[in-house]
Structure formats: structure tokens, C-alpha cells
Design a protein around this ligand. Sequence first.
Ligand SMILES: Nc1ncnc2c1ncn2[C@@H]1O[C@H](COP(=O)(O)OP(=O)(O)OP(=O)(O)O)[C@@H](O)[C@H]1O
Ligand SMILES: [Mg+2]
Length: 509
Amino acid sequence: MDPILCASHICKSFIGVRALNNIDITINAGEIHCLVGENGCGKSTFVKCISGVYEPDEGSIEINGRVYQSLTPVEAMKNGIQVIYQDLSLFQHMTVAENIAISKLKFEGNRIIDWKQVKSIAKEQLDKIGVQMDLDKTVGETSMANRQMVAICRALAQDAKILFMDEPTTALTKTEVGHLMKIMLELKKQGLAIVFISHKLDEVFTVADKITIFRNGNKIGDFESKDLNEKSLSYYMTGREIEYQRYHRVCKDNDPILEIDNLTRTGQYENVSMSVRPGDIIGLTGLLGSGRTELAMSLFGLNPPKSGVIKVEGRVTDISSPMAAKKCGIALLPEDRFNQGLFIERKIKENISSALINSICKKGIVNKKKENEIAHKYVDELKVRTPSVDTVVGTLSGGNQQKVVIGKWIATKPKVFIMDTPTVGIDVGSKSEIYEQIHKFADSGMAIIFISDEIQEIMANCNRVFILRNGQCVKKLEEEDLGQNGAEKMIADLISSRVPEVSAEEAAQ
Ligand SMILES: Nc1ncnc2c1ncn2[C@@H]1O[C@H](COP(=O)(O)OP(=O)(O)OP(=O)(O)O)[C@@H](O)[C@H]1O
Ligand SMILES: [Mg+2]
């Protein structure tokens, strides 16, 4: 394999944090190279050092026969380095074709736009990845998966030689992830180098040729993908063996906290009924678009149902706003945490205390001592990796930002905590810590509605499971059903559109 980029001895520190310590990485053409490691171990910082967003404190980058101490973003692009960040950085109001072609044309210094050329550039790139798309639609009107394709094509249009993809799969359905992986493998065949970051180890093993493992800003090693498995990889990442403990409800209180009866919002979900007791961890599963997030939003007063009844502690309740939901003891960890869950420019302590600001505020003045105490408690409990509670949330790594949102809502001590995909973007080690915490909260009488499409985590953490498909509840599973052989596969079949295999006995019934 031909080395296309050699990073040597890269070091980068921020105030109070050594984010990268002497990192050497060689990237080869025609290879998919995965970077893995716990939240905050330095993966995104490495990408930013290579692409010219950050200037490394030490080290060098060799590319196309030249050695740079640091690259500017333009130099990086001229050398064929392209990065697709999680937010994709697309122009929502411009068309698919414009988004794909604009950077190339701008780069070439064109002052007059030839619209035919815009479309032909876009079409050529889409052809490269074998995708058809309406070129005249605005990006805002297309699905998340299609936006991802637009971002890839924009990079290809600029002659990408190395494509960095920092957690590109977090907002995609399983089918879409499969499609993306196929495209990555095709691009690799065409000679592109891809650097891929994901916390989902099954994805890593599907595509990786090489895997570089980071821990705490250090490189643990470079491995051929075939020399690792999920267990050994998790061990190298965290320094310990990870095992997820299965949850069993121990709470004795059987009076439901939350009941919903035939709740319907036509076009989103229909006739959903469920009864939630203290200590229940209810798995709500189904793919993106199954109605699960819309239902969660309705229970938090953000998406009023058209019909049906919600009862809180036995009383019919109209949850018409998040304020009303909060008063009833309902909290929501939103799916889109970056936009809906955090004040990104404020400190950790201000974020954590924000949902209970009324209780720590007197005559408009925040009790700083209490604010600090609360922030320390949840930063410690959730093991947020940060130099201090005074750190601005926007400078934390993606996974640690998520832990801050969880801490913020847990601090309100909700009776019912709806968690929409709480572990997306969280590393395997922190996941097990978050699961442990969730089990503790449930043991102490909190009820949890746990939304996820990761079947293993649903199986390990939930004592009851509701499966939604196209807005309908297609199956309810109780604790005894979940203990049966084949439960995992049945859930997988029901979630996807595949028809579940039916046993001879069932068929005869
Ligand atoms: N602009 C910044 N200012 C201060 N600290 C920063 C900044 N960017 C990153 N850091 C710190 O550097 C460390 C590495 O962060 P980085 O974002 O690279 O982690 P990561 O491996 O990508 O984690 P994740 O898996 O959670 O995305 C973290 O401790 C983070 O808080
Ligand atoms: Mg990151």
C-alpha cells in the first residue's frame, strides 16, 4: 500500500488538557483506516490538526512529498484532504447540485456560475457513488442519509484523496448505515483513503482495514482489523474488560406513574397504549421514522397528540408544554442534544443547573455554592472527562457533552425519564457506566423510557419492550419474553421491514 499521509509526533494541548501526545499515524491510499477510543481521547482533535483547523504544538505532517509543521485549511484541501463533520456543514437552502459543486467552483475562482456545469459536476460525483438524487431539491428537503451523500460528493468534487468522516453514522438508520458502508468500500476500491470514526464497533469491523486505538491522547497501537475483535478492541480502548449487566426490576411499587391509552397523532403514531411503573425501564424501539421520537416529544409536551389519554399518577393530565411535563416529573433527553439539549457557550455547571434553576435561585440570584455542588455531583457520577465544572461545554468532546445533558436532567430527579437514544456517540466503556447509573435510578423508583435501535442495549437494560413500526406498536414484550432464546432476533426482524421467520408451531396456530 502507498502511504499518502504521514503524521509524526503530533502533540496538541488545550488549557488544562493534553489532547494529543506524540501521535504517529500513516494513512495509505485505498484503505479504510478507523480511529477508535473513548470519548475525549483525541480523535476529533487529530482530524482537526491534519485538516488545518488546529495548529499542532509539535510534530509534522508529510503529504505529497512535502513536510508541513501545520497546514492551513486551504493547503489541506489543495492536498486532497477533505473532512465530513457530523453536522455536515451544508447550505440548507441551496440545492443538492449547488451544494456539491459550490466549493469546487469557488476554489477554481469562477466568478460567473455556469448552471449547466453545476449540474454536470453534481451528476458526475453522484454517479461515482452510484446514487441518484433530485439535483434541484434543497438540501433542507432531503433526508439525513441523502445529505450525507451530498457531503461525500462535495468532497469528491474537490478531488479528495483522503476523506475523514467523524462519526458519520449517528443520525442514520441501520439500512442507511449499510448503504453508506457500501459506498465507502466502493470509494476505497477507486483508490481513496478513508479515515472513519465511530463508537459502533460492528461498523468499524465491517469496513476497517486498519484500526488505530487512542487512549487519553496517546496512541495505544495500529492494528490490522483482522487481528482484533470487539472484546480485544474494547479492552485496548478502556484498559478493562467490558461486560453489560442485564437489568431486573426490583422495585415493589406497582402503581403506574404514567399511563397512556390509545394515544394517536395521525401520520406519526397511532393507538399506542402503555403503563409505566416505578422501576420500569421500558425499551421503545423501532427505526428512525417509526414514530418513537414523535411519541417521546408528545409525552414531554412538545408535539400534542390528536387523541387518546395521558394519566400521571392515576390522574388524567394535559401535557401541553415542557413546563407542564416538568411539573409532572417528566424529563426528556432529546434526540438532537446539540441543538435542543445544551447551551453550548455556557459552562458545564450552568448547563447542569439550568433545568432546576428555580430551586437554586433566590430573588433572581443564583446560589453559586449549590450550583457548584450539583455540578460536581453529576460530573463525578457520570464521569464527565473535563478539567473542571467551569469548562465551557462547547470545548468538551462529543460524548462528554452528552453526559452533561444526561446530568442536567437527572439533577431534576424526574419520576419518568424519557431518554431518546442516550448512548449514541458514547464509547463502550462510558456506555457501561451510563447503563449502571440508569439501573441505579430505576432501582430507586425512577421510571425510564429508553429509546434505542441497538438491540443488544435494549436487551441488557429493559424489563419491557415496545416495538414500533410505521407508527404502530407491533409487539410488546414482557420480562419473561425477553429471557427467551431468539428474543433478540425476533426484535431485529420486527424492527426492520423483514418478515420474521415463523416457527412450524407458530405457523400451525
Ligand atoms: N477547542 C478546545 N478547547 C479546549 N479543549 C478542547 C478543545 N477541543 C477539544 N478539547 C479537549 O481535548 C480532548 C480531546 O477531545 P476530542 O474532541 O478530540 O475527543 P474525541 O476522541 O473526538 O471524543 P468523542 O468520542 O467524545 O467525540 C477533550 O478532553 C476535549 O475536552
Ligand atoms: Mg469526537
